[in-house]
Ligand binder design. Structure first.
Ligand code: IMP
Ligand code: MG
Length: 176
């Protein structure tokens, strides 16, 4: 028997349009900046960052960090640790952090405090989706794709126990 695919929450077309819109907004906002430094948070951001970065019309570079929250798959107590750091200094650079999802906000809060200490010229955030009902920390997201309800979502880099990351749409799974 083949497994049923996750129910569509945000279609592939809607995501494509939103990524194009975000890329246009970001390109306009950073007009004149000689090298925007995009930081993707692994693993989840790899697809969104690939799509977004290719649509930017300004000079840009890409690097990655890997973070992990302690705890099990669908809940966390807020403790974050770094698994992989950037390869180069961001001092004096214009930095845009690109995230797949902002849930409680603990991950992005940790990351922003960590990166701010490295004295970038500017530090902003972009996220494909956010779950406003789950926020535990107020974080402003400068460039946001979609607000979504409090459900476990997959696709476009987001996984459920490593499954469904490469689905082309954002779908909902209901863990048993
Ligand atoms: P935070 O709670 O904002 O710190 O987010 C922690 C991490 O949990 C995110 O970076 C994702 O990796 C993961 N996460 C939270 N909600 C979802 C979801 O609905 N689907 C897939 N991953 C999620
Ligand atoms: Mg993530």
């Amino acid at each position: 028997m083949t497994e049923a695919l996750p129910k569509v929450l945000i279609s592939e077309d809607a995501i494509r349009d939103k990524v194009a819109e975000l890329a246009a907004t970001i390109s306009a906002a950073y007009e004149g900046v000689d090298d925007l430094f995009l930081i993707g948070v692994l693993k989840g951001s790899f697809i969104f960052l690939a799509d977004l970065s290719r649509r930017l019309t300004i000079p840009r570079s890409v690097d990655f960090m890997a973070l992990s929250t302690y705890g099990n798959a669908t809940s966390t107590d807020g403790a974050v640790r770094m698994i992989m750091d950037l390869r180069r200094s961001i001092k004096g650079r214009h930095v845009l952090v690109v995230e797949d999802i902002v849930d409680t906000g603990f991950t992005l809060d940790y990351l922003l405090r960590n990166l701010a200490a490295r004295q970038p010229a500017s530090l902003k955030t972009c996220a494909l989706v956010r779950k406003p009902d789950r926020a535990k920390i107020e974080i402003s997201i400068d460039y946001l794709g979609f607000d979504i309800p409090d459900e476990w979502v997959v696709g476009c880099g987001l996984d459920w126990a490593e499954k469904y990351r490469t689905l082309p749409y954002i779908g909902v799974v209901h863990p048993e």
